[in-house]
Structures are given as structure tokens and as C-alpha cells.
Design a protein around this ligand. Structure first.
Ligand code: 6PG
Length: 232
């Protein structure tokens, strides 16, 4: 457990750098799904600093997104916008290796199917045939949602696709999200959770009562990066 959000970002950066080094040594690339929301901002900003930029072989990365809001990529509410402005525009990664989720498309279901097919085309098959990412970063909402897998929504129970339409209980309501089979096929999954507001969601997750409770990598590791405020 880390003392504060800065220490959470530092610990997660170390974790990502180590996984990236190992993945590139093993199979020549590192595939990562970035998290949305506000908590990852400190991590992305840290990874873009001089100290960290040289510790990662960015040219060997393929970047995906765990979920996205139905808004344009330059919108301040866009998860792509957060990642692009705080990290991706500041490190030497080719645009062709950054796979934005086109959740702003009117035909959201078709767009999700295409993203699902992209995951299958770009990634090796993992447990259950789901495309296997090296790293999945996740956040945790106060109601226990993760990515855009919200309580009581159909996306929770999808098992035959890797990305689908999601429905949030706050604006922007329409979303695109990875499914649980896709998340659980990853080699390493990490939750970034900070602040007292997340204590209830953490407790519900531990009790198995939250969508986030379903994050259980089939053949991979699960790491929680918590600060003292969240852990309580
Ligand atoms: C999103 C996220 C979502 C987020 C949680 C936590 O697009 O909203 O992917 O799952 O991780 O809502 O959000 P905060 O980090 O802002 O608390």
C-alpha cells in the first residue's frame, strides 16, 4: 500500500516498466490497455517525465484502451484525450501503435465489433480464446464499476466478444468497454485506486458484490495499487 496518490503512481510505474521490459524480451513487444477516469493522470504524467521516458522502450508498445466515453477524441471527457495529452504525445510512440476506441461513432455496436476484431488481429489468443494483453490498467468507480462495466448492464455478461457497448450511470452515458473475458485473459492486471471515496467500492469488491469483483485473471496476476485513504 502506498501512502498517497503520488506513491501509487510511482509504484504502478515501476510495475509497468518491469512488465514492459519482460514482455519485450519474451515476445518483442508490450501490449497495454490504458485506464480512463481521473486516477491514472498522475501515472501517465510520471511516465512522460525525463526520468521515466528513458526507462521504457516505447517503440515496442501497442496501446489500447479499456473503455471510452461516447465523445470526440479531443473532448476533455475522452479517455483517449487524457492519455494523449498527458503521455502519448510526450513519448516516442508511433500513432499507428495507438489504438483509440472509436466510441464517438454513431453506430457504436458496429464500432465495438470492429475494435473486438482489432484486438483479435493484433494480439495472441489467450485463455478462452480471448486476445491476450500484457498489461491491463483499471480504475474503480464508487459504485464498484470498472472500465465501463456498470452494475446491472448487459455488458457484464458478454462472453463471446472482447469489446462491446457500455452504459454508464453518469454522463457521458454511452460507452465502449472491454468485456470481462478480455480483461481476465491478460497477463497482468492492475487497479489504481485512491481516495476515501473508494472505500465502499473496495469493500463491496472484496465481498464479491461489485462488477470489479469479476476481475480475476485466468492465467495472470492481479495487483491493487491503493493509497492509505482508499485502503482505510
Ligand atoms: C471511465 C473509467 C472508469 C473509471 C472509474 C474511476 O471512463 O470513467 O474507465 O472505469 O476508471 O470511474 O474513475 P476515477 O479514477 O475518476 O475515480
Amino acid at each position: 500500500m502506498a501512502t498517497d496518490p503520488e506513491a501509487v503512481a510511482e509504484a504502478a510505474a515501476e510495475w509497468i516498466a518491469e512488465i514492459s521490459r519482460r514482455a519485450i524480451a519474451e515476445h518483442g513487444r508490450c501490449s497495454i490497455a490504458l485506464a480512463g477516469g481521473g486516477t491514472p493522470r498522475l501515472l501517465y504524467e510520471l511516465l512522460a517525465t525525463d526520468e521515466w521516458r528513458d526507462r521504457i522502450d516505447w517503440a515496442a508498445w501497442h496501446v489500447f484502451f479499456g473503455d471510452e466515453r461516447a465523445c470526440p477524441p479531443d473532448d476533455s471527457q475522452s479517455n483517449f484525450h487524457l492519455a494523449a495529452t498527458t503521455l502519448l504525445s510526450r513519448v516516442p510512440i508511433e500513432a499507428t501503435r495507438v489504438h483509440r476506441m472509436p466510441a464517438d461513432r454513431a453506430d457504436l455496436d458496429a464500432a465495438a465489433n470492429e475494435y473486438s476484431a482489432l484486438l483479435s488481429a493484433e494480439l495472441p489468443a489467450g485463455p478462452g480464446g480471448a486476445p491476450r494483453l500484457d498489461v491491463v490498467l483499471l480504475g474503480l468507480g464508487e459504485n464498484g464499476h470498472t472500465a465501463s462495466l456498470f452494475p446491472g448492464t448487459p455488458a457484464l455478461d458478454v462472453t463471446d466478444r472482447w469489446a462491446v457497448r457500455g452504459r454508464a450511470d453518469y454522463a457521458p452515458f454511452d460507452r465502449m468497454t472491454h468485456t470481462f473475458p478480455e480483461i481476465n485473459a491478460a497477463s497482468s492486471v492492475g487497479f489504481l485506486v485512491t481516495g476515501t471515496g473508494k472505500r465502499g467500492a473496495l469493500a463491496a469488491t472484496a465481498r464479491g458484490e461489485a462488477p470489479a469483483s469479476r476481475v480475476r485473471p485466468v492465467d495472470g496476476s492481479l495487483t491493487w495499487f491503493l493509497d492509505e485513504a482508499a485502503a482505510g
